[in-house]
Every structure is written in structure tokens, then in C-alpha cells.
Ligand binder design. Sequence first.
Ligand SMILES: [Zn+2]
Length: 125
Amino acid sequence: MKSNQANMRKGVCKYCGQVRMVTSEALTPQDDVDAFASKECNCLEAQLQRKNDRKYEKAKRNIEIIFKNDPETAEILDMAARKIADDAIDGIAVKCGKMTAKVSGTGKGTIKVTKQEKDESSLED
Ligand SMILES: [Zn+2]
């Protein structure tokens, strides 16, 4: 049986190791409690992570708007946006037929989402 009773649990910030008391369900895994404590922490690393999370959330929203009819591409771009927000990669381009989708980090600390549709005519012979 699942208990809905809220308890005070000890969560450890995964960045600085600081222990915080957080309210959580008794059956919530310790990892989730720690993740919550990390989110609440005021250490530099946690602040940076929150900044990256906001960057990702904005990019995610823009991807959903631009690629709402193309869930396959949106899924790939979403994954890339997370990596860009964490500074793991600079950007990604996905090609699908005449469409090129791009997600990339900008110098301003934002993430740019682009959809290009090339209407190309070419004749041969
Ligand atoms: Zn911390």
C-alpha cells in the first residue's frame, strides 16, 4: 500500500554534499530526495544547474512549438537541447527530406531552434 504521508527526509546536494531537510513521501526513492535537495541548494554548482535547466526548458518549449507536427525530429532535438544546455555539445542539425532542423547554443547563453525548408528546383540532362 502506498503511503501519502509526508515526512521530513534528509536530502544530500549532489553538487556540494550539503544536507537539507525536505518534505517527501515516505516511499520516495532516496535518489529523488537527493535530487530535490540539489535543486533547492544555493551552492554555485546547483545555481549553475538551475540556469542550465531554465535554458533547456525554454528550448524545449520552442522545439514543441516549431516541431509540433514532427514528433520524431522534436525528440532528437529535445535530447540535443539538454546536452547543449549542459555545455556538452555546441549544436546539432537533423536533415529530413527538404527540411533541416537545427538546435544550437548562442553566445548570449540561449539556445536557438531553427527549421529550414528548402524549396529547391533542379534539372539534370
Ligand atoms: Zn549544493
